[in-house]
Ligand binder design. Structure first.
Ligand code: PLP
Length: 441
């Protein structure tokens, strides 16, 4: 059947008709284990009764009331609970409909903050070359992912990029992990000084890099150094936790494990957990206070921001994560997943790296492990793994990309927090067969 939906031409996709815990069932009755939460979205699986009930309940009361006229109990309660569990200093929440919107709002807020405090020359944004912050023009401009940006280049606002923290590929022989982290963090200071510190408004980074590299955490000390540099130069630190936040790495906010607090943080995917499109931008009391006592309001807004149905879903997801003690479970299951990946792929001739935190894991495929050479991109290994995994009944998130001259194929794993030990075994078994099939093709 020809589909009228963009990008759904020749290659027919199965239609998903039902969710059962960690599984998606298609119209032919085939079951797929969701090993990546789609793209790190479905943290509670596909049939959570509490989240469904919360959405139904909200729908029975009222579906929509414009935020220019009303707030809602759901949005207020969600914001309260997010702030109560947010990194130090974070005091206000701006609800949106997804990750790109949250990043756009974060960038605009940084700019408005500096205008309000009388530093209009601060306009530069610095990001990392290995990063994805969304597909809208502002968020795409922030991202460092070359192939995603290429076609839109004249339309993108100027952003400056520095090196990522990617130990597997870029730590030098004989260099300690800590020293490597300090070295690449210092590139931010060099760039700030090159641009002129008084002209830089913010630095944006993912604490654990997701889509472009496959669950790459920074080495110990990197983000503490980044925080110091930002503080020294009056540059705001925006952390993009759209993918790695909401408990995915074992703490509600991934940055808790790096020992730092941002000025602004974005969350999305796991906040709605797939039950509703919702994202959020959270900021410090200091930033909010400057605007509140200045012009009085953040110059922003979308028709659907703070949508009550989405807020009800987000509140129920957050309650589930916190009240069902899912964070310790993510840590324990994350260790089990790591152990299973090491057992299955630790000696695999084409698996160069197994990495990540909590239930956010990645494996990198290389042609030659000893010298970390990548496969020829023309082989489209990641696409073959995705197809072979679907044939096995497994959803995973393989991708390929290049950063600073190093190409890689990786598979990102982000299963629901409710995954069992048996399902971890099923996931790793299916993934192993999919990788072998793709390598043999
Ligand atoms: N930021 C990060 C870190 C992401 O991984 C993504 C999506 O993958 C986005 C932003 C954009 O989110 P959305 O697709 O909800 O617009």
């Amino acid at each position: 059947m020809t589909s009228r939906i963009f990008g759904r031409g020749a290659a027919a996709l199965p239609a998903a008709v039902r969710g059962e815990g960690c599984y998606i069932v298609d119209e032919a009755g085939r079951r797929y284990l969701d090993g990546s939460g789609g793209a790190a979205v479905s943290c509670l699986g596909h049939s959570d009764p509490d989240v469904r009930a919360a959405i139904h309940d909200q729908l029975d009361r009222i579906a929509f009331a414009h935020t220019g006229f009303f707030t809602s109990k759901a949005a207020e309660e969600l914001a309260d609970r997010l702030v109560a569990n947010a990194p130090e200093g974070i005091g206000k929440v701006y609800l949106l409909s997804g990750g790109s919107e949250a990043v756009e709002a974060a960038i605009k807020l940084a700019r408005q903050y500096y205008l309000e405090i009388g530093q209009p020359e601060r306009r530069h944004l610095i990001a990392r070359r290995q990063s994805y912050h969304g597909n809208t023009l502002g968020a795409l401009a922030a991202g460092g992912n070359a192939w995603r940006r290429e076609k839109y280049q004249p339309l993108l606002v100027e952003t400056h990029h520095v090196a990522p923290c990617f130990e597997y590929h870029f730590r030098e022989e004989g260099e300690s992990a800590f020293d490597y982290g300090q070295r690449v963090a210092n590139e931010l200071e060099t760039e700030i000084e090159r641009l002129g510190a008084e002209t830089v408004m913010a630095f944006i980074a993912e604490p654990v890099v997701g889509a472009t590299a496959g669950a790459v955490p920074a080495v110990d000390g990197y983000f503490r150094r980044i925080r110091e540099i930002c503080d020294r130069h009056g540059v705001l630190l925006i952390l993009d936790e759209v993918m790695c936040g909401m408990g995915r790495t074992g703490t509600l906010f991934a940055c808790e494990q790096d020992g730092i607090a941002p000025d602004i943080v974005t969350i999305a995917k796991g906040l709605g957990a797939g039950y509703a499109p919702i994202g959020a931008m959270l900021c410090s009391d200091e930033i909010y206070g400057a605007i509140a006592s200045g012009s009085g309001s953040f110059q922003h807004g979308h028709t659907y921001h703070g949508h009550p149905l989405a807020a009800a879903a987000g509140k129920a997801v957050l309650d589930a994560i916190l009240d069902r003690d899912l964070l310790p479970r993510v840590r324990a299951r994350g260790e089990a997943l790591e152990a299973a990946l090491n057992a299955a792929f630790g000696q695999h001739p084409h698996v160069g790296d197994i990495r990540g935190r909590g239930l956010f894991r990645g494996i990198e495929l290389v042609e030659d492990r000893s010298i970390k050479t990548s496969f020829d991109p023309a082989r489209k290994l990641h696409a073959k793994i995705k197809a072979a995994a679907m044939a096995e009944g497994l959803i995973c998130y393989p991708a390929g990309g290049t950063v600073d001259g190093r190409r890689g194929d990786h598979v990102l794993l982000a299963p629901p927090f409710i995954i069992t030990e048996d399902q971890i075994g099923e996931l790793v078994g299916k993934l192993g067969r999919a990788i072998d099939t793709a390598l043999a093709a």
